[in-house]
Ligand binder design. Sequence first.
Ligand code: COI
Length: 354
Amino acid sequence: MVDSINIQVEQSPDSRLSQVDFNNLKFGQILSDHMLVASYDKGSWQSVRILPYGNLPLSPATSALHYGQAIFEGIKAYKFEDDRVSIFRPDKNYERFNKSAVRLEMPEVPEEIFIDGLAKLIDLDRNWVPSTPGASLYIRPFMFGTEAALGVHPSASYQFIIITSPVGAYYNKPLRVKVEIEYTRAAEGGVGFSKNAGNYALSLYPTRIAQQEGYDQLIWTDAKEHKYVEEAGTANLVFKVGDTLITPSAETILHGVTRRSIIELARHWGYKAEERKVTVQELLEGIENGTVTEAFAAGTAATLTPISVIGFDGKDYTLPDPDNREFSNRVLAYLSDLRYGRIEDPFGWNYVIG
Ligand code: COI
């Protein structure tokens, strides 16, 4: 085991910070100066180092490249007006990461490496956390099997790495989404709840088809009947039906931290909030008869992105103007105020590293 938290730090000799245009950040294109790299071998975590960001030496036989033992997380750090840096609910991502690890037959990562390592890395690269409005530092912890072997078995060795990237919005306009009823993201008993690389690879082909049809993203439906709405692949889904917030619930979807926070806030504010199965039919009828007044994608990268149009079977169903959506706008404003430290944090969601 790693002896408590012994993280060696090798500082980058040349910072790339001065080359960054913080007023024009795209998602995930610029990587910060440092990364954390932890190695697992022979049944235990061997070393944890913070190094200058750089390429990894990999064998072409690296098992993750062949058999897909690769999982990740998405977390964001925010800069307060007084220059302190805060990470939003990293404990939830930590829990989910280890659930993904267990399902993919990978070792769990100790809290001392995931949480303390994260805090140390962000503290070192704190000047990379943007202070520009709406921007944040996206944190990408990931782990993959590194054994150089071609037999199908759990890798004997792994690397757990954290890289970070100053980002703006993932989506910069309301989404047109297509209900997908031909292809499937996840089936019961599968890996839909885990954040593994394969779940994203399989989405690319159906998403491209939807984009050629004029949509931005998909709404995945259940594998058996394509009758129930699941998630958007890049984010979870939330709908406002009458005075109730509804989010699809299933083992096949990713249990998002943003989605959870929004549902907790809705309940705290006295809204009814339900996590349950939602049929495509219920959703489309609700848009047509005016009971579904809001729909949005919720995720770390997506934050809260309004859905403007839902396409199904060649027909587009248009939702009310995002500017007039009472709950979405309220919750987005509240979460921004909380994350940037402009208001009290009554739930203890900000992990302030100082
Ligand atoms: C996240 O929201 O952190 C994700 O991993 C989604 C991905 C599309 C960037």
